[in-house]
Design a protein. Structure first.
Ligand SMILES: O=C(O)CCC(=O)C(=O)O
Length: 201
């Protein structure tokens, strides 16, 4: 079964609520990831609509270790508790379907825009692991593909995926506790990428 976004006319974006192409990988005995390539069809339209309408901004003066830095990407947030509808009706349907599959409320959506190869996110595990044990994070990537890497916390051999164009990537189990992820800077990109990250806060 496919859910269609209603804002977009006849060739509306749609995602595969049957997760037919899902491939799950156990990274170790407590950590898994799941990739659904091309889960969202019409991802370019979703990218255009979200980039045109979200209040994306660069957070500045962020303390990281002993430095104060500007974040090398633009971000925006939506939280259910604030009472506003999701930025697109399609995201409401996605939340519902993702929540059912992964048994998570996914009451928060974070957006990260990587404008070019200089935008990035450094190695980290999500901080809300300090509040939620084994948080599940579902990431829908729209726009041009970028490498997304995972490595055991503190270093070691990394695994890499190229995520964009409607791919869904989900991290679960102890991933935020015992692994770290990054979207590294790259010399060449084919365009900007927006990640739509579903979390339960
Ligand atoms: O953009 C991505 O795919 C990753 C985003 C991320 O690491 C985060 O929001 O913490």
């Amino acid at each position: 079964m496919f859910y269609q976004g209603s804002l977009f006319g006849t060739l509306a974006p749609e995602f595969d609520s049957s997760f037919a192409d899902a491939a799950r990988l156990d990274l170790d005995h407590t950590t898994w990831v799941e990739l659904v390539p091309g889960w969202l069809d019409g991802a370019d339209d979703v990218f255009d609509e979200l980039v045109a309408t979200l209040p994306l901004r660069q957070r500045t003066g962020i303390r990281m270790y002993d430095q104060v830095l500007d974040e090398p990407r633009l971000t925006a947030w939506w939280r259910a508790e604030q009472g506003d509808p999701e930025p697109l009706p399609l995201l409401r349907d996605m939340r519902r379907v993702l929540a059912e599959r992964y048994d998570e409320p996914f009451d928060s959506i974070g957006f990260n825009l990587y404008r070019d190869g200089d935008d990035s996110v450094a190695w980290h595990g999500d901080r809300h692991r300090h509040v939620v044990t084994n948080p599940v994070i579902a990431i829908v990537s729209v726009g041009a593909p970028r490498p997304f890497r995972l490595r055991p916390r503190g270093g070691g051999h990394s695994l890499s995926w190229s995520l964009g164009n409607g791919d869904l990537f989900v991290m679960g189990g102890a991933c935020q506790h015992t692994w770290e992820h990054t979207v590294p800077k790259v010399r060449v990109t084919t365009g900007p990428r927006l990640s739509i990250t579903f979390r339960s806060v």
